[in-house]
Structure formats: structure tokens, C-alpha cells
Design a protein around this ligand. Structure first.
Ligand code: FMN
Length: 175
């Protein structure tokens, strides 16, 4: 079986998971922005991963654009966010990012990391504004990702864990 993991990562967490998958499977690995879709024909298994930004999965347009080329392949998507795993969050994320034909593709969660102090300027400004707004909320009313954001504003957070890739590999018939 020939496979590839294609990813879009801004700060490296999704890339780290893609590397773990590559190491565990021997699959090829490529950045979504540099990958030529006509190469998809070579692969039986395609795993796509993207970081979560404001409720969107980075690079998911790649799958949407190439859905016709992906028919009949073994497919999985993983997304990487600051939030701890939350079933409701995942359900909403899937409905928003993978509607229609993409809804049949399994979506997995791999927790990433966040270090607000080291974000690019625009992201840092946005996150600081969000943290201020979240701080005014009753902690019980905060969304899971908002709580994680507050934590990342106080200290650099890395929640990555190789164990998250096990269900992805199982779905692809590898583990
Ligand atoms: C501007 C911004 C928006 C974000 N939005 C979300 C979000 O909606 N949900 C979430 O769980 N994490 C969110 N995060 C956290 C990222 O998903 C997390 O840092 C992830 O590890 C990024 O993956 P990457 O390093 O592969 O890009 C956000 C981070 C930034 C900087």
C-alpha cells in the first residue's frame, strides 16, 4: 500500500504529527501548498492534516478541490488545535469544514500547542484581544478552546502527543 500524508501547518504542530505518521508508516509526506494534485494517482491512502484557525481547518480547500481524484482511496483527515478534545467541538468543526462529499471522510483530533508570545504579529494581536475578552467571561461559560488560549497566554503550551496518531493509523489499516 502506498500512502502520503499531506499537511498545512503554520507553527509546526500539524507538521510534527505528519512526521510521526510518516515515521510510523513509511508514507511520503508533503506540504499542501507545494504538492501537485496530479501526483495523487500514485497513492492508495491519503491522510490530510491541518491546524485549526478560528474554527477552520487550514488547507481543507485542498481536499475539496481534489475530491474527484480522491474517490476510491483510503482517506483520513486530522486537525490540530489548542482545545482539549471535545466531541461537540469536533462535530461542529466537521459540519463546518467537511460538508457534502467530504462528510464521509473520518476526521481525527490531535492536540497541538500554542505560545502566544511567539506568534506572528497579526496572530499575536488577535489572540491577545481574544484573551482579554475571554478573561471577562465566567470560566464556566468559556468554550474549551478559549480556556486553552488563556493558558497559552500565561505560558508556552505544547500538548502534542504521539498517541493521537494511533486511531488514524488504525483507520487506515496500519496499526
Ligand atoms: C489566530 C489563531 C486562531 C486559532 N484558532 C483556534 C481555534 O479556533 N480552535 C483551536 O482549537 N485552536 C485554535 N488555535 C490554536 C492552533 O490551532 C494551535 O496553535 C495549533 O497547534 C496550530 O497548528 P499548526 O502549528 O500546525 O499551525 C488558534 C491559533 C491562532 C494563532
Amino acid at each position: 500500500m502506498k500512502g502520503i500524508v499531506i499537511y498545512k501547518s503554520k507553527y509546526g504542530s500539524t507538521k510534527k504529527y505528519a512526521e510521526w505518521i510518516r515515521e510510523s508508516t513509511g508514507f511520503d509526506m508533503a506540504e499542501a501548498d507545494k504538492f501537485r494534485p496530479d501526483e495523487l494517482g500514485k497513492y492508495d491512502t491519503v491522510i490530510f492534516g491541518g491546524g485549526i484557525y478560528a474554527g477552520g481547518i487550514a488547507g481543507i480547500a485542498f481536499l475539496k478541490k481534489n475530491i474527484a481524484r480522491l474517490h476510491g482511496k483510503n482517506l483520513a483527515v486530522f486537525c490540530c488545535g489548542a482545545s482539549p478534545y471535545d466531541a461537540d467541538f469536533m462535530k461542529a468543526l466537521k459540519e463546518r469544514n467537511m460538508p457534502g462529499e467530504m462528510s464521509d471522510i473520518p476526521l481525527f483530533y490531535c492536540r497541538g500547542g500554542c505560545d502566544i508570545a511567539n506568534l506572528h504579529f497579526a496572530d499575536k494581536t488577535l489572540c491577545k484581544m481574544l484573551v482579554k475578552a475571554v478573561a471577562k467571561k465566567d470560566p464556566a461559560q468559556r468554550e474549551v478552546w478559549e480556556t486553552a488560549l488563556v493558558e497559552a497566554s500565561e505560558t508556552a503550551c505544547d500538548w502534542t502527543d504521539k498517541a493521537y496518531i494511533t486511531p488514524i493509523l488504525e483507520t487506515c489499516g496500519i496499526a
